[in-house]
Design a protein around this ligand. Structure first.
Ligand code: C5P
Length: 410
């Protein structure tokens, strides 16, 4: 929480049924610490009233370029200048097809389009959340407009897919408020990994004993999911190979669900050739039952217990770190060590044994399932501590650290 502290956002609403979601978005932005100034077009006011947005934002809603009220004490009757100068971003949600066409041509016959045209391009970002019927979205004119708006420097978010208010089903829905919030937070993160392809493993593995039983561990996957999110926020294309966890996939991350260590290795090997960074956070089971019974092992009442024997699982991290691309650091490998004591010594030893350039130590029992953690980054030069913080905050610091290192690589 407070991901948007200090940010001032002009939230623009244009005509569309998704205006009802903008009310919740406004609230969500404020909950994250942003200040929000709402501007509405006349069409937007057919769907939701300024009263609702004023109550939620705590500020007068503006809707006319002729509004003579002073803005922040400036009474020059130029709301299009005054409202845009204080903003970090103008977020148009929902943005109708018509409004995108208008923006594209630099038209400015209402306050919101005027504001967008008048904004200082280098200081005030333009973020667009399209919302429309699927045919309108798929129309070549709209797709052309999206491409041109992006070329002009706007960030046009994806659309959602599903049931539409018109009764049709397809692409064109505005993203949900929480999804948009995640996109806005991501937008403000430094783009230190642009152009990189990051592969992450996360969560536990599950090793079957029989069709209904298995061996697993208490890894929640939270750290790995936070790292995948942070890497994507930093501009990387991210693939997340996840063991059995019930966490939501971070936005914009490609997720591959696997169960056993061998499934995980296979998925990782499939995606490693395209990757430039590999971050292994998964708590992979060290051993698996030598053979999984095809049918449920039955208790026969004799008191006899089943004999289980184990074989060692492949070490996914070591396999990649010791591959030619791992050794040359074309694939920069990062591992984790969950220890219960002597963190520095164990982490250093593991780094050398697995031949990984960067190994991140943490105290296992203090992190499993928790929302915060503390990390110890160990490389060939020594150790750096990242103090206890939320897993997302630590993930961002780790990503910045990795970005520095791969910057130094080339
Ligand atoms: O050997 P240990 O399990 O302590 O090593 C932890 C690190 O190695 C983590 O980065 C983990 O994801 C990775 N690992 C792996 N495959 C294994 C065991 C561990 O990738 N079979």
């Amino acid at each position: 929480m407070n991901e948007l502290a200090g940010k001032h956002i002009v939230l623009g609403l244009t005509g569309g049924i998704a205006c009802y979601k903008a009310a919740e978005l406004c609230r969500a932005l404020i909950k994250e610490g942003a200040t929000v100034q709402v501007v509405m077009t006349a069409a937007a006011q057919q769907f939701i009233t300024p009263v609702t947005l004023q109550a939620l934002s705590g500020r007068t809603v503006y809707d006319s370029q002729w509004d003579a009220r002073p803005v922040n004490g400036v009474g020059n009757n130029m709301p299009h200048i005054n409202l845009s100068r204080e903003a970090d971003a103008i977020l148009i949600a929902p943005c109708s097809a018509d409004f995108m066409a208008k923006l594209l041509h630099g038209r400015a016959d209402d306050l919101l389009s005027l504001l967008c045209l008048a904004r200082p391009l280098d200081k005030v970002a333009l973020l667009i959340a399209p919302a429309m019927n699927r045919e309108m979205w798929a129309h070549p004119a709209t797709q052309r407009n999206v491409a041109r708006l992006r070329a002009d420097g706007a960030t046009v978010f994806e659309v959602g897919s599903g049931d539409q208010a018109c009764g049709e089903t397809g692409d064109g829905r505005m993203l949900e408020p929480q999804e948009l919030l995640e996109e806005v937070i991501a937008f403000f993160q430094p783009k230190t990994l642009t152009g990189q392809q990051v592969l992450v493993t996360a969560g536990p593995t599950y090793e079957a004993i029989d069709p209904v039983r298995g061996i697993t561990n208490l890894s929640s996957g939270k750290m790995g999911f936070a790292i995948a999110r942070a890497a994507r926020e930093a501009g990387a294309a991210v693939t997340l190979v996840a063991g059995p966890v019930s966490l939501a996939t971070p936005r914009g991350v490609r997720r591959i669900d696997v169960r056993s260590a061998r499934d995980m290795l296979q998925a990782v090997q499939e995606h490693a050739p395209a990757a430039t960074v590999f971050i292994a956070t998964a708590a992979v089971a060290d051993w698996r039952p030598a053979s999984a019974a095809e049918q449920k092992i039955k208790k026969d009442g004799s008191g006899k217990t089943p004999e289980l024997s184990f074989v060692e699982n492949p070490d996914i991290l070591a396999t990649l770190a010791q591959s030619p691309r791992g050794r040359s650091r074309a694939l920069y490998c990062v591992g984790f060590a969950a220890e219960s004591h002597d963190l520095l010594a164990h982490t250093q030893a593991k780094r050398q044994r697995k031949e990984v350039p960067l190994l991140v130590g943490n105290i296992g029992p203090a992190t499993f399932g928790q929302d915060d953690n503390a990390l110890l980054l160990v490389d060939e030069l020594g150790a750096t501590e990242l103090a206890r913080a939320s897993k997302l905050s630590l993930a961002r610091q780790l990503i910045a650290n990795i970005a520095n290192r791969i910057g130094a690589r080339g």
